[in-house]
Design a protein around this ligand. Sequence first.
Ligand SMILES: [Zn+2]
Length: 325
Amino acid sequence: MAYAIGVDLGGSHVMATLVDEAGELSTKHEINLDDHTPSVVIGHVTTVIAAALADAKGAPIAGIGIGSPGNIDPVTGTIRYSPNFGWTDVALGEALRGEFTYPVFVANDARCATLGEYVHGAGRGSKNFVLLTLGTGIGGGIIADGQLLLGNQMGAGEVGHHQLRPRDGFVCGCGKIGCFEAQASGTGLIRHAFALAPSFPRSRLLDVDREKLGSKAIRKAAQNGDGHAKATWKNWTGDLAMGLANVIAFVNPEVIALGGGVSSAGVFMLDTIRPLVEELTTMVPRGTTRIVTALLGNDAGAVGAATMAMRGGLFAEERTPVRPH
Ligand SMILES: [Zn+2]
């Protein structure tokens, strides 16, 4: 059995775990990140990796894979730019190579999650696959003909920032109006609820603390027949379907997996979305893209990062044929 270390580095915490070649995780070693000073974060990353390595009890380790937010140089593992941490040119890969004797690979966390879902989750058995994680934003990635699409400057797969409603949409975190993620993320669902509030003056839907108002509460109210929630759900699924149809037009995937908190809506969401996407799909035969929920949840990033390490990097598929599914 071959093993690698998978590290999920996020804005609020870092987690490292030993992952086997079947994508199974061992104990998760986590530390919360309150201080984003590079040396402090790198210290915590080193600590969790060391703990995960100890779990291997001397078994051979292929390498250490790290998924991190931001734009990352895949050769050096330098984080060129990460708005989540406020970092520019932080040499994470180099720092960790100074600490450990194993090969170290660093890549964008959403691309790692896509690789994880593709090899061990909802994308298994397909050749053309898209993962979209619907949370605060929409992250994800694209597998085309069995290869993770990286792009000229490692920016391929940022489908969250294609604009759906440049005139009447919500302001996106990137500064544009009506991006796919502003309209159709979990946060987008809540924004639709507020936008519709004037039309439902007697609605109690938004009578909770703003922090407590989640996409789940809105979805449950829609399932229970609340008028305001049903209208919110309709507008949100409409925007989500429009974005998915665009993705199908660009990429023609066999499978689109939807992850993130909103995907807990499962069948209720998929039953609404599928016919809407069909209606908007024109240049690809209808019914040939399977829209499913992602399978690995929050583990996708660490599993994908470990998979990258086992493959010797994101580009390794060009040199080494991939084991067939
Ligand atoms: Zn945007």
